[in-house]
Design a protein around this ligand. Structure first.
Ligand SMILES: [Zn+2]
Length: 322
């Protein structure tokens, strides 16, 4: 409770600004900062680290010296120098091979800016927060707070000769190549625009639509999304997945559909993202006014009504008999 109160207080103080003024959100797609300094810092630490000093080096030379973005990401997704060192030691050849692609992040800035500008064409009141590119412990490709977007570049080390044999099945499926960076940035950017809460405990439908809509709009502004592997798997068996999803979508147990990580055995993890995408896609296709549809998708007020209007269930009604 104390922690919650503290977070709330920090949030209020931040919102007011130190001088008592509310900071204006950035609405200029060209003005958002894309911060890559933490990647250089990581490799400096990496080159200094050996088994006798690695905890201290990553703590003092990387996590402590990093940008405010790295510090926030550390709290959210790394947790401790120990976690970071464990991840590097679990996949040493993968991390070694990550250096080349990770130093090319800046090359993707034009494409990232393009998708920012496309979002500005699509919606009336976009906000463009700063984006921090960091190296973490293979726990997050991207996340966000109310202040910034964070991209875990360590999840984008797949290239022609990157060794993946040290990774588990989930990592093998989700690790992408560095040229997919614009899609994850767009996904997180869309989350930033969403104006409805999706806390843990919300229905599976709400959480799936929250994620699927981030993929759907990311594709509109950047040309693709981060879950093409799920679509490849899901498209041939969409009806079967839908009939299963339908039974569970009003409950709050998302464990068959989202965030399973390495626990998913028979099927890929995160198929809830796929179902959410399909529902949102149906809403968009069935809307005459596409701009209004995007606004609706970002500002869902009543999830059941949104679902009804998507007419997704009708897609299979003749075959499913309902
Ligand atoms: Zn997401």
């Amino acid at each position: 409770m104390k922690d919650l109160y503290f977070s709330f207080l920090v949030g209020v103080l931040f919102a007011l600004g130190v001088g008592g003024q509310t900071p204006e959100p950035n609405r200029d797609p060209n003005a958002a900062r894309l911060v890559t300094s933490d990647i250089d810092l990581f490799w400096k630490a990496y080159d200094k680290a050996d088994p006798s000093n690695d905890l201290v080096v990553y703590r003092d030379e990387y996590l402590k010296k990093g940008s405010p973005g790295l510090k926030a990401f550390d709290q959210l997704r790394i947790g401790s120098p120990c976690n970071l060192v464990d991840a590097i030691n679990a996949a040493p050849r993968y991390y070694a091979a990550l250096r080349g692609p990770s130093l090319k992040v800046a090359e993707h800035e034009p494409k990232i800016r393009d998708s920012f500008r496309k979002l500005a064409e699509l919606i009336a009141d976009p906000i463009f927060p700063d984006v921090y590119f960091v190296i973490g412990r293979m726990s997050s490709a991207g996340t966000l707070t109310d202040k910034a977007l964070f991209i875990g570049v360590d999840m984008f080390g797949k290239n022609g000769d990157a060794p993946l044999d040290e990774l588990g099945n989930w990592h093998k499926a989700v690790v992408g190549s560095i040229d997919r960076l614009p899609y994850i940035v767009s996904h997180e950017l869309v989350h930033y625009q969403q104006k409805y809460p999706r806390p843990a405990g919300s229905s599976l439908l709400t959480r799936a639509v929250g994620e699927g809509s981030a993929d759907f709009i990311a594709e509109l502004i950047s040309g693709s999304h981060i879950n093409t592997h799920l679509h490849k798997y899901g498209d041939p068996i969409e009806k079967e997945l839908w009939l299963e999803f339908q039974k569970e979508m009003n409950g709050s147990d998302v464990s068959n559909w989202m965030y399973q990580g390495e626990k998913a055995k028979e099927r890929p993890a995160d198929l809830g993202y796929y179902m959410g995408y399909k529902i949102v896609e149906s809403y968009y296709k069935n809307s005459a006014d596409k701009k209004q549809a995007i606004r609706d998708i970002l500002e869902i007020k009543d999830m059941n009504e949104f679902f009804r209007k998507s007419r997704y269930a009708e897609k299979f009604s003749s075959q499913a008999g309902n």
